[in-house]
Design a protein around this ligand. Structure first.
Ligand code: ZN
Length: 150
């Protein structure tokens, strides 16, 4: 009994140290990470988006040929379907990346709208410039998606 009493303060001190280390307000929590379930879910939504990004490389050729009708069909067709998938992905990224992704997606659609308008006006320089901007925003978006999902 005597021995127990002498080590009790030591035990209490240890417990206090552990409590501070685990739950203390000064200790940063581990940043949130992607679970395998989340990655699988993101992957499903990413597939059409990644395909559309690949197909974006067909646009310069269409612009070069000034095939405006095709350009507009392309923007309203394959690229027009992306909004839903991209907003789902944005909302399911890590909290720190959500705003950047949502902004990049919004910008992408603004640039696509401008390409559409430029095509309507047969304005090649504007269409090409907006195409470059669209690709940049598209890649910003894709770079925020966890690599395991792509
Ligand atoms: Zn932009």
């Amino acid at each position: 009994m005597k021995r127990l009493r002498s080590i009790l303060p030591l035990i209490l001190a240890l417990v206090a140290t552990v409590l501070v280390a685990c739950g203390g307000p000064n200790v940063a929590k581990a940043p949130p990470t992607y679970t395998p379930e989340k990655v699988a879910q993101l992957e499903r939504y990413l597939t059409p988006v990644a395909t559309a990004r690949e197909r974006m490389s067909e646009l310069p050729d269409l612009l070069e040929k000034e095939d405006w009708v095709f350009v507009r069909n392309f923007i309203h067709g394959p690229l027009g379907q992306l909004r839903g998938s991209m907003s789902f992905i944005s909302r399911n990224l890590l909290p720190k990346d959500q705003d950047t992704a949502a902004r990049a997606a919004d910008e992408l659609f603004e640039h696509l709208d401008r390409i559409d308008l430029a095509a309507k006006d047969k304005n090649y320089p504007l269409a090409v410039q907006q195409y470059r901007e669209a690709v940049k925003d598209f890649d910003t978006f894709l770079n925020l998606v966890p690599a395991e999902a792509s």
